[in-house]
Design a protein around this ligand. Structure first.
Ligand code: B12
Length: 185
């Protein structure tokens, strides 16, 4: 499929799911992730949720589907057929080997890390995430991301660093152990 119009068609295909086109990462020859046909991608289109965008479609699907990791499973039921239709390779954030979704998001959307490590969105704050990515061998023309300031830059009190009930957040980084213990007890 020619690159012209791909983003518009993708957006339409994703509309009912609430999964949004988050941005496009462009790669120099040989720098992109390896595609299913072993060639290298020139473009990656990042897909994700903003605010509660996926909730109506996901919760309806969840009503009739049991099983582990439902959000990941649902994302694949939405994204895999679209990848097939467009001849793209689908990558998923939770599937090893982990693809650098946060680095891609910084490049595609101009987002910056919050003091928590996860990326903060100027409009949705921390309430957003990545559901997948479609990697293409051809270049997908896209505007470079607008320069966006981070809400964390003007937040002097940084209450986010003080509210974790497990004290898992510190300037030294994120302590997985206490977080996990708090969640399972
Ligand atoms: C393993 C993993 C975890 C592990 C370990 C996380 C850790 N802090 O070490 C656990 C299970 C603990 C975890 C927890 C969470 N995670 Co997590 N996690 C991942 C996963 C699957 C792989 C990370 C990885 O190794 N990537 C591979 C490397 C090569 O990619 P990368 O882009 O280069 O990422 C690196 C850099 O961004 C760097 N980094 C991160 N923050 C910062 C900040 C600064 C200043 C710098 C310099 C670098 C840096 O660290 C990353 C890992 O090396 C990613 C998905 C993905 N594929 O990235 C989600 C992901 C990073 N997680 C995510 C989320 C939302 C969370 C949680 C909030 C979930 C929750 N509700 O509790 C917590 C937050 C924990 C925290 N404060 O860090 C989101 C982040 C979205 C965003 N807004 O940025 C991701 C992208 C998944 C998604 N589907 O959207 N996570």
């Amino acid at each position: 499929m020619p690159a012209f119009g791909v983003l518009e068609v993708l957006e339409e295909a994703l509309e009912t799911s609430g999964i949004c086109l988050r941005g496009v990462v462009s790669f120099a020859d040989g720098d992109g992730p390896v595609l299913a046909d072993r060639s290298r991608a020139q473009s990656v289109v990042l897909l994700g949720n903003v605010g509660g965008s996926i909730w109506p479609a996901f919760s309806m699907w969840r009503g009739t589907h049991a099983g582990n990791d439902p959000l990941d499973a649902w994302s694949k039921t939405v994204i895999d057929p679209i990848a097939q239709r467009f001849g793209a390779t689908a990558f998923y954030p939770s599937d090893p080997p982990y693809m650098p979704f946060q680095q891609w998001a910084m490049r595609a959307e101009g987002l910056k890390a919050s003091p928590l490590g996860i990326l903060i969105h100027p409009e949705y704050g921390l309430w957003h995430g990545y559901r997948g990515a479609l990697a293409f061998r051809s270049a997908i023309p896209a505007e470079p991301p607008a320069s966006r300031s981070s809400p964390c830059e003007s937040c002097s009190e940084k209450p986010c660093l003080l509210t974790c009930p497990a004290d898992a957040i510190s300037p030294a980084g994120f302590a997985v152990g206490p977080c996990r213990t708090n969640l399972v007890t």
